[in-house]
Design a protein around this ligand. Structure first.
Ligand code: ATP
Ligand code: MG
Length: 649
């Protein structure tokens, strides 16, 4: 992998960057040798009510795991995202909101955002919600989603965002888990012209909870204009609540270690965990990574095409960009509605400079050849980003050439809900790129690779990715279950945070994510990562997406079972199946050649677009009766189709 093409830093990136390679290397060394001094300095990028005198206090030792940063400082996250920008940027656009339907749009300035956040914050206080209370947010991608997060932060309430595509039961279990007093939702959500009845779902969720329902009030945004069942005394319209409220609200002083939010992980590997982030360290991390990873400069138009229901939306649609006074695009819809050109059209329309999206979206567009980018002017783009899964080199090249026209560096950012923000990532003016590699650590991050016994490996190596010390943005605990936090992340390898991901390190010290370690295959004694085989498969001209899992095999221990979604217009056949096996055999090795290939119209994904290999593993092993938690699955019908047509009966 390391022998692949190197893309040096471009002159254009160098001309505008905050950090050259020399500066990155120097700052990185300082950040790990003198973390106290480094973070004492960079923590001051925020406005503090009471400045901190303490910087770092953390331990990864099992039984005593704790993480504290800036712990005697006080601040308010919404103040840092809004108030401090008003003197210079009141009339600057914070969000260009683009509705699901082309032509539906709205620009929100910093002043307007501030006013509405204050009104909602006051409204929430009038409902008896205050510091430390939990608020569940179940909203589509509309400006009120950002308003709701910030209004919680303003009064010290802890938000728990539940993705608007989730079912009533998934919503209900998250409400109960964190004991929410309040739900903020909308009548309906609109995505790709399909509606989801959010308020009805909320009613159902709370109804099912019965006596366990902790919710006292439901605030409802009138978005689509649908009638709702109003529960007197409990429900209140957002616009009615705000109408009476002043456009000023004192921000609650929060300790740096007071919780900012709880967010449940995607559930790719099992039951979602309630990841808890606190205020000071998270905000430092969100704003600093947003600035340096995207080289964000005043005047740039930045678009993170994630959903606010995921951590990417929290950090890189709301807290990071707003802390930096940025102008963002916020998009309600999906990349393929009304057609595959939508992303390119939005880039063109708002003259977007930075586009940050996920490999799943890139592969979906790529399946249509170049149709997705035809007819749009994409020359405003100067930087592209990727997050969520390893980006297959084939998808990287398509993104680089078709979207970036060969001119834009791609920042492949590796991180997790747990990490708060990007940890391993290129910096556009500092890092030469290798397609498929997340490259090098951000400041203060000490990645390492260990073998299965936990021995640290040196130099070029492959194994389990761990992190050796805390960084300001990391999670503090699993909400309500500190023991699960310790067991999940710190018990596998003593004194280290275990990411659950596998990685290689090459001779330049670059990291290559090889997939989840739970997904690693052991074929005739050879360990094979899923990422490499899948990348090889999607490089085949007939293949749009592929997922690789192991299944019990008498001779090899594990056989290789491949699920493939063909590109648009491709008809699967026995000859094609044979050709694909031959392709993998030639491109990687005979050991990696698939034993079984099942063609399918689609693969099972989490609603954030990640392939759920644990479900495919069950189907491949003919154990589809016990699929485990599928509440975060995007489209159950995909699974039924796969089970029906499974090959290992
Ligand atoms: P769960 O923890 O509930 O199983 P999840 O891990 O999918 O769900 P997230 O926190 O949303 O939940 O995803 C983080 C994971 O996504 C990482 O651990 C990694 O496996 C993958 N990932 C994210 N970005 C990248 C990237 N740039 N390259 C490779 N893998 C990535
Ligand atoms: Mg995870």
């Amino acid at each position: 992998m390391s022998h692949q093409q190197l893309y040096p830093v471009t002159q254009a990136a160098l001309a505008r960057t905050y950090l050259t390679n020399e500066q990155y290397l120097q700052m990185y060394q300082q950040s790990i040798k003198e973390p106290e001094q480094f973070w004492a300095e960079h923590g001051r990028r925020l406005d503090w009510i009471t400045p901190y005198t303490k910087v770092k206090d953390s331990s990864f030792e099992l039984g005593n795991v704790h993480v504290n940063w800036f712990s005697d400082g006080t601040l308010n996250a919404s103040y840092n995202c809004l108030d401090r920008h008003l003197p210079a940027k009141a009339n600057q656009v914070a969000y260009f909101w683009e509705g699901d339907e082309p032509g539906v749009q709205k620009a929100v300035t910093y002043q307007e955002l501030y006013d509405e956040v204050c009104q909602l914050a006051n409204g929430m206080r009038s409902l008896g919600v205050g510091k430390g209370d939990k608020v569940t947010i179940y909203l589509p991608m509309i400006p009120q989603a950002a308003v709701a997060l910030l209004a919680c932060a303003r009064i010290g309430a802890v938000h728990s965002v539940v993705f608007a595509g989730f079912s009533p039961d998934a919503l209900g279990s998250r409400i109960v888990d964190c004991d929410s007093k309040l739900v903020i939702t909308a009548d309906q959500a609109l995505r790709g012209a399909r509606t989801t009845a959010l308020k009805d779902n909320t009613d159902l969720a709370l109804g099912h909870l019965g006596a366990a329902n902790p919710v006292k009030h439901v605030i409802v945004v009138k978005h689509v204009g649908q009638n709702i069942d109003e529960h007197a005394g409990r429900d209140v319209w957002y616009h009615d609540l705000l109408a009476a409220q002043p456009k000023h609200c004192e921000p609650e002083p929060m300790n740096a270690e007071d919780p900012l939010f709880i967010l449940y992980t995607s559930g790719s590997t099992g039951k979602p965990k309630g990841v808890l982030h606190t205020t000071g360290g998270y905000m430092v991390w969100a704003s600093m990574t947003h600035q340096y990873v995207f080289d964000y400069q005043d005047g740039d138009v930045y678009w993170c095409a994630a959903d606010v229901g995921w951590v990417t939306g929290h950090t890189y649609i709301v807290y990071g960009p707003l802390a930096n006074g940025a102008t963002s695009v916020m998009f309600e819809g999906v990349p393929t509605y009304p057609n595959v050109k939508r992303i390119a059209q939005i880039v063109d329309k708002y003259q977007v400079n930075v586009l940050y999206t996920a490999p799943t979206a890139i592969r979906a567009l790529m399946a249509h050849g170049t149709a997705a980018v035809e007819g749009a002017n994409l020359s405003s783009l100067h930087l592209l980003g990727s997050v969520g899964e390893p980006i297959n080199p084939e998808a990287w090249h398509w993104y680089h050439e078709q979207v970036g026209k060969g001119q834009c560096p791609i920042v492949d950012t590796w991180w997790q809900t747990e990490t708060g923000g990007a940890l391993i990532t290129p910096l556009p003016g500092a890092t030469a790129l290798k397609p498929g590699s997340a490259t090098r650590p951000f400041f203060g991050v000490i990645p390492a690779i260990v073998d299965n016994e936990g021995n640290l490996l040196d130099g070029t190596c492959e194994g389990n990715l761990v992190l050796l010390d805390s960084w300001p943005g990391m999670m503090r605990t699993v909400f309500g279950d500190h023991d699960r936090f310790e067991q999940t992340y710190f018990s596998t390898y003593k004194g280290m945070y275990f990411t659950g991901d596998g990685a290689k390190r090459d001779e330049d010290g670059y990291y290559w994510l090889t997939g989840r370690v739970d997904d690693v295959l052991n074929v005739s004694g050879h360990r094979l990562g899923t990422a490499e085989i899948e990348s090889c498969l999607v490089a085949h001209e007939a293949i749009a997406e592929a997922a690789v899992v192991g299944y019990p095999h008498d001779l090899k221990g594990q056989g290789i079972y491949v699920f493939i979604a063909p590109r648009v217009g491709v008809e699967p056949s026995d000859d094609l199946t044979k050709a694909v096996k031959e392709w993998v055999r030639r491109e990687i090795s005979p050991i990696a050649s698939p034993d079984l290939i099942q063609w399918a119209p689609g693969l099972p994904k989490t609603r954030s677009g990640k392939i759920m290999r644990r479900i495919l593993r069950k189907i491949a092993a003919n154990e589809h009766d016990s699929l485990g938690d599928i509440s975060t699955l995007a489209d159950p019908s995909v699974v039924e189709h796969l089970i029906e047509n499974r090959l290992n009966k």
